[in-house]
Design a protein. Structure first.
Length: 264
């Protein structure tokens, strides 16, 4: 059984390396060269290209969240800050955005990006999703992009998300979930965990975890990946493809748009 610490370490090293080499991509997302597939082109056009292209996500939580001026937003696993900077524009000067990430290299890049675009309503805090450095009941909307699947303790993440949300607050995340079992060699691979595949859980389990901590009105809508995208992601994870039929992975893993609410 892989420990929480070793998963955190593997994931942190993976993303530190990614940002240092400025290579994008989280598992089966096509975020590298086709960000405009994830986000509306006009949304990305509001930021310099090198900022908008540094994405490790698997969806568009900004459009999903329908942010309003004045809201306080928390981004779980903010990476290089793309979603925080887009959120900052939506909530305006009366609102604020907090990005939390455990990888110091990501925090540094996100802070530099915020400075570069003069985003004064955004701050980045180093910390764990499982122990958020955020005060209880202070957040209107939680966003996240391809991160919760990476956590070794998703129940803790949902408990923490529920704690920091204000009553009536919304969770709007893009994440990887599964439908059906993953092949064991994939499930056991730390590299596949860091690539947002091995840590992904069944959508039903994901919903149950959210319900158990108190979230209501939960909805999970799938966005399926094409075969080439999943192929490229698996190749990057250096998995031995002779050990299992790849089709099992194509079938099982998908990106989802997930929303849920903390009751009033
Ligand atoms: C796939 S990247 C996504 C980054 C960003 N959301 C984006 O869309 O570009 C995952 C990020 O989550 C962070 N992360 C993963 N697990 C975490 C945890 N348990 N606590 C805090 N940060 C975590 C990693 O450091 C990394 O920056």
């Amino acid at each position: 059984m892989t420990s929480t610490t070793s998963i955190h370490e593997t994931v942190r090293e993976h993303y530190a390396e990614r940002i240092k080499s400025s290579a994008s991509c989280c598992g089966p997302s096509d975020c590298c060269s086709t960000e405009s597939k994830l986000y509306p082109v006009e949304l990305l056009a509001t930021l310099p290209t090198d900022v908008s292209s540094t994405s490790y996500g698997c969806g568009d939580p900004i459009t999903l969240a329908a942010l309003q001026p004045g809201e306080t937003v928390l981004d779980l696993g903010s990476g290089a800050g793309l979603d925080c900077l887009l959120a900052a524009q939506k909530v305006g000067p009366e609102g604020r955005v907090i990005g939390v990430d455990m990888t110091p290299e990501m925090i540094e890049r996100a802070q530099a990006n915020a400075k570069r675009v003069n985003a004064s309503n955004v701050e980045f805090r180093q910390g764990y999703l499982e122990d958020l450095p955020v005060e209880s009941g202070t957040v209107n909307v939680i966003i996240s992009n391809c991160v919760i699947n990476l956590s070794p303790d998703k129940v803790k993440v949902f408990k923490e998300a529920f704690r920091v949300l204000a009553p009536g607050g919304k969770l709007a995340v893009s994440d990887i979930v599964t439908d059906g079992p993953l092949p064991e060699p994939v499930r056991q691979s730390l590299s596949a965990w860091a690539g947002c595949v091995a840590g992904a859980v069944n959508a039903k389990e994901y919903i149950t975890m959210m319900e158990e901590v108190g979230f209501t009105n939960i909805s999970v809508n799938p966005v399926f990946f094409d075969k080439e995208t999943v192929d490229a992601a698996l190749a990057e994870m250096a998995l031995d493809v002779n050990q299992y039929p790849r089709e099992e992975v194509y079938k099982a893993v998908y990106s989802a748009k997930i929303t849920a609410y903390k009751p009033m």
